[in-house]
Write a new protein. Structure first.
Length: 282
């Protein structure tokens, strides 16, 4: 038995996990009940490399389908922290132009890799300078950056994500919460990170993983404490996006991939968990 809906979360998903063709991406997401799409790539091209014409064409396709963009899933910050600050600022300027063309205020980013042999504390200063510069550009441009807790970047644990949020201290930098990525760095997401990061949590990326192997699985089938997380978010009044990022089939050069069938299985698994806690996906 499911509870009566007490919260409504707009449902989105990484379109390129379905197919490179954005028309197919949109059709599958709509069939699964989504009202939004998260754009990481289309036609095999990453958003950071989109031309103005590609952004305009994608907007026309999505408008024709009646699908809106929840976020731009950029690769900003997925580079070594030793690169010049301007390197990622220039890329962010281009991504911001894409976000504007697609009417999205959210841009997903990361907090930098480090060279082999360097510890997180060794690159902390470089990371903070770069994250602050990115946040300042975002604030000036009227967009919000969503930091994803990817493994092997500086902000891969709850403590270091909190360090970024408190140090940068900008309304233009918030948290994109990913349960599976926390599992893959040995963290129990809800138990060890939720209370700490909830004040900054503005976007939910839906993935689960098995602690022993790091294997990504449908929501509720791993050790990501998705059940506890969804229950707590619903109780807290969360009303932001829930974006499906299943990673169930394989990885390619642009990110994870699932295909339509596996993507559908992931969507149904998440819908079941959401309904259990009175969350309506719309």
């Amino acid at each position: 038995m499911t509870k009566q809906a007490t919260a409504v979360w707009p449902l989105s998903g990484f379109g390129d996990e379905v197919d490179p063709d954005p028309a197919i991406q949109a059709s599958v997401l709509l069939a699964l009940g989504a009202t939004h799409i998260e754009v990481r790539s289309a036609w095999g091209t990453n958003v950071a490399e989109f031309s103005a014409d590609q952004a305009a064409e994608l907007k026309d396709i999505l408008d024709g389908k009646g699908l809106k963009v929840s976020a731009i899933a950029s690769p900003i910050g997925k580079v070594d922290a030793a690169l010049p600050v301007e390197h990622e600022l220039e890329r962010l300027r281009k991504v911001i132009s894409v976000a504007r063309a697609l009417d999205s205020r959210y841009i997903r980013i990361f907090s930098f890799y480090r060279a082999e042999g360097r510890r997180p504390e060794d690159v902390r200063g470089e990371v903070m300078v770069r994250m602050a510069a990115l946040a300042a550009l975002a604030k000036e441009s009227g967009v919000v950056l969503l930091h994803e807790n990817e493994k092997d970047i500086y902000g891969d644990t709850p403590q270091r994500v909190l360090d970024i949020m408190e140090t940068v201290d900008s309304p233009a930098l918030r948290v994109a919460w990913d349960n599976a990525n926390f599992v893959q760095v040995g963290v129990k997401p809800y138990t060890e990170g939720y209370a700490m990061l909830r004040p900054y949590l503005e976007y939910l990326q839906v993935k689960d993983a098995i602690a022993g192997t790091g294997e990504v699985v449908p929501a509720g089938e791993g050790d990501g404490e998705l059940d506890d997380t969804i229950k707590a978010l619903a109780a807290d009044g969360y009303s932001g996006f829930a974006s499906l990022e299943p990673h169930l089939a394989s990885a390619h050069e642009l990110g994870g991939f699932s295909g339509p069938v596996a993507f559908g299985a992931a969507a149904r698994a998440f819908a079941g968990l959401a309904a259990r806690h009175g969350v309506e996906l719309a």
